[in-house]
Ligand binder design. Structure first.
Ligand code: RTP
Ligand code: MG
Length: 137
């Protein structure tokens, strides 16, 4: 089933020079393709909308600050089973619990600075695509 998902390479991934590594893992999956991509420091308003489900949690403020601390890569990835697929490539939220071989498992140590975001459902994907690529239908 063809899906689309919103993927972010977070500021830590960009700062550490891991754009190519992360994009490469996504591009090498059969059938998947990147259909939109932007490198930009996103403003707090955009990030607060994106993380609205976490508003009020203790990690929300520091999370928005971190996400606004430098450029991220936002992209739309389309292809077969891509929503659960990129989540699997990313690994568990806590990089120490994430399986070795996953992006977080291979490169992360901190829960907040965990390199990548990927939409967790079709509803989230459509909501997040509109936030980061408002010009697209
Ligand atoms: P994401 O939304 O970024 O793809 O990650 P996720 O679904 O695996 O994790 P989620 O629970 O949605 O949390 C969003 C992001 O918030 C940061 N976080 N910090 N306890 C903490 O300090 C904490 N918990 C979560 C992470 O950057 C996480 O990816
Ligand atoms: Mg999430």
């Amino acid at each position: 089933m063809t899906q689309r998902t919103l993927v972010l390479i977070k500021p830590d991934g960009v700062r550490r020079g891991l754009i190519g590594e992360i994009v490469g893992r996504i591009e090498r999956k059969a059938d998947w393709r990147i259909t939109a991509m932007e490198l930009r420091t996103f403003d707090r308003e955009t990030l607060e909308l994106h993380y609205a489900e976490h508003a009020g949690k203790d990690f929300y403020g520091p999370l928005v600050e971190f996400m606004a601390s430098g450029p991220s890569v936002a992209m739309i990835v389309e292809g077969a089973r891509v929503i659960p697929g990129v989540r699997a490539l990313a690994g568990a939220t806590d990089p120490i619990a994430a399986a070795p071989g996953s992006i977080r498992g291979d490169y992360g140590v901190e829960v907040r600075e965990n390199l990548i975001h990927a939409s967790d459902s079709e509803e989230s994907a459509e909501r997040e695509v509109k936030i980061f690529f408002p010009g697209l239908v």
